[in-house]
Design a protein around this ligand. Structure first.
Ligand code: SF4
Ligand code: SF4
Length: 456
């Protein structure tokens, strides 16, 4: 086996050998308080992932990202393409939150909430432990090859079934449970495209977790690569207390507290040695903390040789969560959140777009009356049906009308109509006269829209 020297971790990832070939990581099963806590958080998140598409708020999906039909529901609220500025603000708040959280608490997202970690460590790896035992040298791995082949076959069959299941869950977030149910239950020919996408995604999903696995984090994930610029000496991360642990010595009574047993390495899902310092492959899962604590218990030494701490905490026992960077990120985050709250508060439930009919100026109806023709588009962004009438607000003698007389819109409904404004000659203020149109639901003014009326 290719064995890394003390310094080789600087040259190449731990899951790649000197010839560039992949080295399979068979991590040992973790046990301890952090693993238990991570399981609780992880299974709550996975449960949310599975049930969220079924939840409804006032009859509307709690979460739906229907890109094909441009229908989006977030927390039961309908969000339209016209609300992209709100989505952009939400994205900005999310990104700054992640940055702030990373500056203060390190990569807690990776170990505790990232879907890649949740699926690999809490679903697929557990099935592997069940069929192949605990770690590289488990009895089951070393057992007779005939039973190991059957175990492998059963394991991969379960992997495939789980991949199909989670792909369907994933699709439900985008098309909703009803449409997915139709794809699954009706003849394949009726939903060839949907069925093909489901199969292709399931295959990809299976390949990621059966084969590619931790390389998503160690080779591809851009977030891991940002750690070099986001973390500093005050950031909390999983860290080895080198002051207490060094010099390593296998004799418990000599040297530092680290007995060089490498149990922290054997349990690591990315195969690294945390004693080499902060590395981009470390997903901060805390498995090595639990494992080292088991060793410390056995050799009767204090716990937490590996722990959640900062470099400053290890160096001089001082932990400082607030520093210039965290304060600056907090200020930006607060500002963005205020803007977001203001924008959401100002969001109307009706969206109206009015534009002049192509190629028209004005029409003279009689010696006193002129008209202009427009196109108007209504969008009901609320959760209730709307019935609207139109009135000209600033010119009492003027008239505004649409072909159907009134606007009736279901929740999320759109309507495009021709709109005519008629004004008397005496009301014209020049070649362009400003017209304010009010949209009323009963006597309640819901929205106003302004345009120019062209005259002679
Ligand atoms: S588990 Fe603890 S004692 Fe063993 S090598 Fe790792 S840090 Fe040292
Ligand atoms: S070094 Fe520790 S915290 Fe980092 S990935 Fe490995 S086991 Fe998890």
């Amino acid at each position: 086996m290719d064995k890394l020297s003390d310094q080789d971790f600087r040259d190449r990832p731990n899951n790649i050998d000197a010839t560039g070939q992949r080295k399979w990581i068979n991590a040992k099963k973790p046990q301890g308080k952090w693993y238990l806590r991570r399981n609780i958080v992880g299974y709550i998140l996975l449960t949310f992932l599975v049930i969220a598409p079924f939840l409804k708020v006032n009859g509307h999906p709690f979460m739906l990202l229907d890109i094909l039909n441009r229908k989006f529901f977030l927390f039961g609220q309908m969000v339209f393409a016209e609300d992209t500025y709100i989505l952009a603000l939400v994205m900005a708040v999310t990104v700054v939150s992640i940055m702030l959280f990373t500056v203060v608490f390190g990569r807690v997202w990776c170990g505790w909430a990232c879907p890649q970690t949740l699926f690999l460590e809490l679903v697929y790896r557990k099935i592997e432990f069940l069929f192949e035992g605990n770690g590289r040298n488990s009895k089951r791995r070393r057992g007779p090859s005939d039973t190991s082949q059957i175990r492998t076959l059963v394991k991969h069959t379960i992997f495939i079934l789980i991949s199909i299941f989670f792909t369907n869950v994933f699709l439900m977030w985008f098309i909703g449970p009803q449409q997915l149910f139709e794809i699954v239950t009706e003849p394949v020919g009726m939903h060839l495209a949907g069925f093909s996408i489901m199969l292709a995604l399931s295959g990809f999903y299976y390949w990621i977790y059966a084969n590619f696995r931790e390389q998503v984090c160690t080779l591809f994930c851009p977030y891991g690569r940002m750690q070099g610029v986001l973390l500093d000496n005050n950031s909390i991360s999983v860290i080895y207390d080198y002051k207490r642990g060094e010099p390593r010595n296998s004799k418990v009574t000599e040297g530092g507290d680290c007995i060089n047993c490498r149990q922290c390495v054997s349990v690591c899902p990315t195969g690294i040695d945390i004693r080499d310092g902060s590395q981009l492959e470390c997903i901060h899962c805390a498995d090595c903390i639990d494992e080292c604590n088991l060793v410390m218990k056995k050799i009767n030494k204090p716990y937490n040789l590996i722990r959640y701490d900062s470099v400053q905490g290890v160096e001089n026992g001082k932990r400082k969560l607030l520093n210039a960077r965290s304060v600056a990120y907090t200020a930006v985050l607060v500002l963005l959140m205020v803007i977001l709250a203001f924008t959401v508060g100002k969001r109307t439930t009706i969206d109206v777009t009015l534009w002049r009919a192509q190629g028209t100026l004005y029409q003279q109806l009689d010696s006193e009356t002129y008209s202009n023709i427009y196109q108007i588009m209504f969008l009901n962004k609320g959760n209730e049906p709307l019935e609207l009438t139109l009135r000209l607000l600033n010119i009492p003698n003027g008239e505004v009308s649409i072909a159907d007389g009134k606007v009736v819109l279901p929740p999320g409904g759109k309507m495009k109509e021709a709109l005519i404004i008629k004004l008397k000659k005496r009301d014209l203020t020049g070649k362009e006269t400003e017209c304010k149109i009010g949209l009323f639901s009963g006597d309640e003014l819901k929205e106003t829209v302004t345009t120019n009326f062209l005259g002679p």
